[in-house]
Ligand binder design. Structure first.
Ligand code: 9MR
Length: 480
């Protein structure tokens, strides 16, 4: 499919969701404007064209890695502190504040014209034991919480656009988690935390953030009741963060209507920590479904007017928290272990209405960060053609092609000297004379730069022959 067709399809999908399939006159005008605009080739530009931000969590330890920082700065317009603004880091002992990691993030964001998303002020986890086991009574703990929020939010006032003020306050059944704050202060701690944060920076947007609240379920119902009551009491809450640590093939059907009900209360909603984990090793079909699901979540956000941004939780699979916490699962991010863009990256870009401009491959270009010069754009392909089984009147062949350039749709051609194709898999395989043409299946058209496509077919001949020349999208490949 051409870039234009893909863009139009993606924009139409977003428009159809927004309007219930019938575009209004204004929507037609906006649609025409979008179609006339050049394709945006980065997540941040494509998201901005839709009035959204595209964010990522930043791992402080990787800010010295130029591959990491070049992707972080090019692709994302919002950066969340993955760990360095958490209580245990920022106030490890009472009154001893360590802003160094957070300040590095703010500097990085300012150099790259990015928004900073502050994470997180009041949370039961990554909480130093002087707080969790401090034996404070209600008055003391209230003072401790007030001091922490006031110091941190004032330090970053003007630099941090959004704060996760309260994180993961709920149990799965929709009741409030018995954290030290809840146990000592009761539910009031939540309203108080928001009021204190607002006093320290009236311009920052203040969110409550949680996981497993993407669907309409007991937990999101509990949250909905809480934020409704906070709003009724005039508590300064602006937004709800939906972490969205999702599992492949389990994107909730009620995601959009759930976001909408919070927006209908007058709040912004944000996808704050998106990743989609896969049982390892992840195969091509799973990566393709993951791509579709990253696009689906993006489209859900685009379909809800008050959904202001999507943040992914980390850049590459190698940096993700997932394998540490869920052994045997992983591959949850937009970039692979080598910082190459995965199908998920391209799908998310397209869902935001952007697309490949033929130049940038979405992966690291090895340059632009003060280090080496960018290398030449990679080109070419390498193919293997393996007859994996042969008998009197038949053979089974597997073909793999590794591409140096990212693909969004592929055609592989070669001549078959003996016999006819009787069936194919992982591609639509057709034959005319000796010429065989295989085009991608609906689920495996996107291949990242450096990625490999594979398909197979069966023939009605057991004859032996030399390996044929293979072409990818018309260009000959080195063939083994
Ligand atoms: O990604 C974070 C990881 O590096 C930390 O070890 C972990 C500690 O709890 O926190 C991870 O981030 C969490 C986030 O702060 C809150 N939502 C869940 C995230 C994944 O665990």
């Amino acid at each position: 499919m051409s870039s234009l067709m893909r863009r139009t399809a993606a924009a139409f999908a977003a428009g159809a969701l927004l309007t219930g399939a019938v575009l209004t006159g204004t929507a037609h005008a906006e649609q025409a404007e979008r179609d006339a605009a050049p394709l945006q080739s980065t997540l941040r530009d494509a998201a901005a064209a839709q009035g959204r931000f595209a964010g990522t969590a930043i791992n402080d330890g990787l800010l010295s890695n130029p591959t990491y920082t070049s992707i972080a700065s090019r692709e994302f317009s919002s950066v969340t502190a993955e760990n360095v603004m958490k209580w245990e880091t920022i106030q490890p002992s009472r009154g001893n504040f360590n802003f160094s990691g957070g300040d590095r993030l703010v500097d990085f964001a300012q150099q790259n014209n990015q928004q900073v998303y502050g994470h997180t002020l009041v949370w039961h986890s990554q909480l130093p034991s002087w707080v969790s086991n401090g034996g404070f009574n209600a008055e003391q703990l209230n003072a401790v919480m007030t001091e922490h929020i006031t110091e941190v939010v004032s330090h970053y006032a003007g630099d941090v656009a959004y704060w996760d003020v309260v994180n993961e306050a709920f149990n799965e059944d929709g009741t409030l988690r018995q954290s030290v704050f809840q146990q000592t202060l009761g539910q009031q701690y939540i309203a108080d935390a928001f009021r204190v944060a607002d006093a320290a920076d009236p311009d920052a947007k203040l969110c409550i953030n949680d996981y497993n609240i993407e669907a309409i379920n007991a937990k999101s119902d509990g949250l909905y009741q809480l934020v409704s009551s906070l709003l009724q009491q005039g508590v300064p809450i602006d937004c709800v963060g939906f972490q969205s640590h999702l599992i492949l093939d389990q994107i909730p059907g009620s995601f959009q209507s759930n976001l909408q009900r919070f927006v209908d209360l007058g709040l912004e909603v944000i996808i704050t920590e998106l990743d989609i984990r896969i049982p390892m090793p992840a195969d091509q079909a799973e990566l393709q479904r993951q791509a579709e699901q990253f696009a689906e979540v993006t489209e859900v956000c685009l379909a809800v007017d008050g959904c202001v941004g999507v943040t992914v939780w980390g850049i590459s699979d190698r940096d993700s928290w997932v394998p540490d916490v869920f052994p045997g699962e992983g591959a949850a991010c937009l970039y692979d272990d080598n910082y190459q863009a995965k199908p998920a990256y391209y799908a998310m870009l397209e869902a935001f209405g952007g697309g490949d401009d033929g130049g940038d491959d979405g992966g690291d270009d090895g340059g632009d960060d003060g280090g080496e010069e960018p290398g030449p754009e990679p080109e070419g392909c390498a193919a293997t053609y393996s007859v994996v089984n042969r008998w009197n009147q038949g053979s089974v062949v597997e073909v793999s092609v590794t591409t140096e350039q990212a693909l969004s749709g592929w055609t592989v051609e070669f001549s078959l000297p003996a016999g006819s194709v009787t069936s194919g898999w992982n591609a639509q395989v057709s034959q005319s004379g000796t010429q065989v043409t295989a085009t991608n299946a609906p689920y495996n058209g996107s291949v990242p730069a450096g990625g490999t496509l594979s398909f197979g077919f069966q023939t009605d001949s057991g004859a032996t022959y030399d390996t044929p020349q293979i072409t990818l999208n018309g260009a000959p490949c080195a063939t083994a």
